[in-house]
Write a protein of this length. Structure first.
Length: 294
């Protein structure tokens, strides 16, 4: 499932402390509380109707901060930059990154799902192909998944319509760099092969993560993200830190000033919330009271 987590950037109604997606942040001199909501790119938009306390959080805040400003990601200027970031420079091609046997396997899956000859994608970075394949596979295998309906986008759009400020904890460029420059081309190729060589397993793991989110079980999500297969498809040293921990710490440096300025609804991937290095625990370490909404 780490193959899926590397692209994208993501709970039972069990009675545990993390059985919730929405958390209230208070204390440290705040006049009004702020809130943080964990999202998941593969969850249906309808999940918002089952999140306890969400109307109160939306009503009680005057600005919404996501990982990035979603509208910026859709601008023509950014789309051009993204297209450039997805291409390999020099004389490197996809075929050079795989053995002949691997290239044949990847080509077959690309043909079946992207309806394209792999030779036509020879200069596309492997991570870009992984991203597109993951999207198509999730549309095929996950019921209710609609890439046109995203929780992150929804809350930012609602905020703008209400005259609230919308901001991002990161820049679109930083996310592009993480997706397409955070790993060597050879490592990207290895992860692409991990996906195509066992699609059933990848989708089964993705479904488990999606179900954990739908049942609002952050503890189960963390457990799934920490699973290892004991092979080269597992995260290498530093990869999960770059994907989660380092970004969490960077966000925590920005969040206090934002919350002091105005009550804020933070809307970020649910995978960033749990764990020792998760945002919830880092906020507690800074002296905030962090509690699930009921």
């Amino acid at each position: 499932m780490k193959k899926i987590l590397s692209i994208l950037l993501f709970i039972s109604l069990a009675l545990n402390s993390n059985a919730q997606l929405l958390w209230k942040i208070s204390g440290n001199g705040q006049e009004k509380p702020s809130y943080i909501l964990g999202t998941h790119h593969l969850a249906p938009l309808s999940i918002k109707d089952s999140i306890a306390g969400l109307p109160q959080a939306v009503e009680g805040t005057t600005q919404v901060y996501g990982e990035v400003v979603m509208s910026d990601m859709m601008s023509p200027e950014f789309m051009q930059v993204m297209q450039q970031s997805m291409m390999m420079a020099g004389d490197t091609t996809l075929q050079k990154l795989f053995t002949p046997e691997q290239y044949e396997v990847v080509g077959k899956v690309v043909k079946e799902n992207l309806m394209a000859d792999i030779a036509m994608l020879g200069k596309l970075k492997p991570a870009a192909i992984t991203q597109q394949l993951t999207l198509i596979l999730c549309m095929k295998h996950l019921g209710g998944f609609n890439p046109q309906e995203q929780l992150d986008t929804y809350f930012q759009q609602q905020a703008l319509q209400s005259g609230k400020k919308v901001g991002g904890l990161e820049t679109p460029q930083s996310q592009l760099d993480m997706l397409f420059k955070g790993q060597t081309l050879q490592r990207q190729a290895n992860l692409l092969y991990c996906l195509v060589s066992d699609i059933d397993k990848a989708m089964e793991q993705t479904k488990r993560l999606n179900n954990a989110y739908k049942t609002q079980n952050l503890d189960e999500m963390l457990k799934l993200m920490e699973e290892r297969d004991g092979n080269s498809c597992d995260p290498q040293p530093g990869e999960m830190e770059a994907l989660l921990d380092n970004r969490n710490k960077a966000w925590i440096e920005k969040m206090p000033a934002l919350m002091k300025d105005a009550p804020t609804l933070f809307v970020v991937g649910a995978g960033h919330l749990p764990g020792t290095n998760g945002v919830l625990n880092l906020l507690k370490q800074q002296g905030y009271t962090v509690e699930p909404m009921k």
